[in-house]
Design a protein around this ligand. Sequence first.
Ligand code: NAD
Length: 517
Amino acid sequence: MAPGIYSRCHTNILILKMNTPCFQNFIDGQWCDSSDGKIFENRNPANWNELLGTFPLSTKEDVNRAANAALEAFRDWRLVPAPERGDIMRRAGEIMLRRKNEIAEIMTREMGKPLTETKGDVQEGIDTAFYCATEGRRMFGINTPSELRNKLNLSFRVPIGVCGLITPWNFPMAIPTWNIFPGLVAGNTFVFKPAEDTPWTANVLVEILIEAGLPKGCLNLVHGAGDVVGTAITEHPLIRAISFTGSNATGAIVAQSCGILTKHVCLEMGGKNAQIVMEDADLDLAIEGVLWGAFGTTGQRCTATSRLILHEKIHDEMIARLVERASKLRLGNGLDATTDVGPIINEKQRKNIERYVKIGKEEGAKCILGGKIAEGRAGSTDLRDGWFFQPTIFTGVTPQMRIAKEEIFGPVLSVLACRSLEEAIEINNSVIYGLSSSIYTQDINRAMIAARDLEAGITYINAATIGAEAHMPFGGVKATGNGHREGGWAVFDFYTEWKSVYIDYSGKLQRAQIDNA
Ligand code: NAD
């Protein structure tokens, strides 16, 4: 979202300015404005006339204060026993559970997806909180025998220090909690910059952690533009690790800075995920899967199904049934119980989707459903007030077409045909990305070959490309990421360093590789 009004908020607490809540940063345990008082607007994508609040358009100086506060807090936080740190996450999870409906409503208002989905987003945060609370009692180290007598070798995890977290808008609670909860349990502290489109959810997360008892300085929230606040976080010398989730274009900039500055960096980026349907599949199940995978969250998930690879024997039947079902999906405000598909996040992204529909037509693919900006009314919602786009299906797509290769990040499904499992896998693997994948088949042998050969961080058998669980490793291969994983035990590999300790109780000098030769 482009920065909007520019004016000053005069207090450290939430104030009302012309009935508009004026939200703040949270640095060193204090709510505060940006150092130069500038602000930006947060509006509802389902109704652009609804101004939800203003947020600080922060500066490099704000990031500097946040990084220093995080470093100061780290000195003590790293010494707090991990189970005690975990208890704070448990309390955070309990608070989220209590506030689940309220938080989901805030999220739906600021980013548009239906309430059922925002409740799922909050639930992922709750699951992560409880998982991380117990992980505070594990975080196992590895002890090995020494090659020398009377000597003990230990290796255990230690925190890195101050971590920078830069997040997108599509999972405004799940993605920050996937990082902040395990990162804190591991003993790190944070400077957190959420997406400009979902700043409110970030403030709610901070409120929750304050109530849960997190000491000041451990989590610092700095709102603002990516090229100012994001850059300042990436380049700040006190920030030792960066976790970035977002587009490949931005990830490349972040990776370059982190490489030069030798920082740890975790990159979670784009996807072009496919659902394969073989001729022996349960088609009813496959249709449910693709409807959910392609049009859930209006196709704006990194794991969304943007390609459907159909065996030629069931191609036509599947298309006919899919179009029939997809044409009945109800667009609307995510707060309405009848809504299946919410708006696109903002005007820029909707223009991008329109551009890809044009490209698809020019490439010779056939647009058999949708393809246009949605108009008309849905209940009390005038669709022209929001950034709505019709669920769209292209057939006759070939692997070489741009709509088969590039991430569109919207409700646009490209259908490709295949003659065999081998060809389906080849098509799946022909893109630069490798996040999620799915195959529908009743044949266990084919399922196992697909699980082995699909180039993706995640493979679902007889399930949609979306649906990651909080306690499992999450991330992708190839251009989707840089080899790290979020979620489960794997995220602790990113948020900790290994410390090796040798204890020599022989009472004499023992020289490894020499005295045992
Ligand atoms: P984006 O790259 O535009 O923005 C992501 C974040 O980076 C935002 O907070 C933004 O302000 C910040 N940013 C922008 N410029 C920056 C810079 N120069 N330096 C540092 N930070 C900067 O992405 P988006 O549009 O918000 O999100 C959509 C993308 O995110 C899609 O490509 C999607 O696939 C990806 N995504 C990936 C995952 C995953 O886990 N792999 C999950 C969700 C979204």
